[in-house]
Design a protein around this ligand. Structure first.
Ligand SMILES: Nc1ncnc2c1ncn2[C@@H]1O[C@H](COP(=O)(O)OP(=O)(O)O)[C@@H](O)[C@H]1O
Ligand SMILES: CC(=O)N[C@@H](CCC(=O)OP(=O)(O)O)C(=O)O
Length: 300
């Protein structure tokens, strides 16, 4: 994987200055605005990319925006499940979560992955604070009952998976105003204090809505949303999404992602993007340059 230094080594000083200058209108436009960034587990594979992501987040904070990071970690959970002889099972993009799996989810997401991102952001010069929805009970959830898409009047029980009932933004606003960068693991707390596993795209979408975010950016491991032939779609509407779900073009982890992205766009988040987290500095490209990357999710 090439580093930022490799990428810019052949560029003239004038071209570098031009890129910085191009960022100015975006820095002004997004001053004090909240940008919710979902960092998917599939985009977290390469150490140089992870460091680059952390640097991008810190840069956005230092130029006056309020980045809020929500992370996933599906593949990282699968790795630990495998070590204990369990196989991850998903229904419509949601992990079937029994008690043992939930313990592993808390350990991997709330522990290892969360602290790694916090540490990387801090190493890059930011002040990150890691949270799960258990902290201050800020993400409340109840057990999700999922409609069976083959039998519409039947509900599926997929274990300790949470349906968000409320998000209290107080702690996030408090951290933002203190120049901290919140880093959130997608775990909710139930009425009796129990933990629920929630898809990270769903948490990011709902949080963007509640925080009245300017942008929601979902970083994943594809160039964006792809059509049937595998070509990148630079923009999609709700009608496109319905058609692509019906004909199976959208499947697996893309289902909760696209659903959350659409909900956020319809609830007033000004721009919602699904972008390729494997591209170095993807976040900066999306926020600070004229060249949007990935797919823009339109509200209508
Ligand atoms: N039409 C589509 N366009 C792009 N990706 C798709 C599509 N349909 C299904 N996918 C799958 O969705 C995956 C991204 O979701 P997911 O695995 O949950 O990633 P993340 O960890 O980033 O949330 C892609 O790697 C791809 O396999
Ligand atoms: C209910 C559910 O599916 N939870 C997800 C939470 C992590 C996640 O969403 O990770 P990615 O963003 O990397 O896919 C899971 O257990 O995998």
């Amino acid at each position: 994987m090439s580093t930022t230094n490799d990428l810019i080594s052949g560029i003239t000083p004038h071209a570098k200055a031009a890129v910085l200058s191009e960022a100015l209108p975006y820095i002004r436009r997004f001053q004090d605005k909240t940008i919710v960034v979902k960092y998917g587990g599939n985009a977290m594979t390469d150490p140089a990319l992870k460091l680059g992501f952390a640097r991008d987040v810190v840069l956005l904070k230092l130029v006056g925006m309020n980045p809020v990071v929500v992370h996933g970690g599906g593949p990282q959970i699968d790795e630990v499940l495998k070590k204990v002889g369990k196989q991850g099972t998903f229904i419509q993009g949601m992990r079937v979560t029994d008690e043992e799996t939930m313990d592993i989810v808390e350990m991997v997401l709330g522990g290892h992955v969360n602290k790694e991102i916090v540490n990387l952001i801090n190493q890059a010069g930011g002040k990150a604070v890691g949270l799960t929805g258990q902290d201050g009970s800020f993400i409340r959830a109840t057990k999700l009952m999922m409609p069976n898409k083959d039998k519409p009047d039947e509900m599926l029980d997929i274990g300790l998976v949470g349906d968000i009932s409320s998000i209290d933004p107080t702690i996030i606003n408090f951290l933002d105003s203190g120049d901290f960068i919140p880093v959130i693991a997608p775990i909710g707390v139930g009425p009796d204090g129990e933990s629920y596993n929630i898809n990270a795209d769903v948490v990011a979408g709902k949080l963007a809505e509640i925080l009245k975010a300017e942008k929601l950016i979902l970083l994943t491991n594809t160039p964006g949303v792809l059509d049937k032939a595998g070509n990148l779609l630079t923009g999609i509407t709700p009608r496109d999404v319905d058609a692509m779900i019906a004909d199976g073009t959208l499947s697996g982890g893309m289902l909760p992602k696209i659903g959350s992205a659409l909900d956020a766009a319809r609830s007033g988040v000004k721009s919602v993007h699904i972008i390729d987290g494997r591209v170095p500095n993807a976040l900066l490209l999306e926020v600070l340059t004229d060249d949007g990357v990935g797919t823009l999710i339109k509200s209508k």
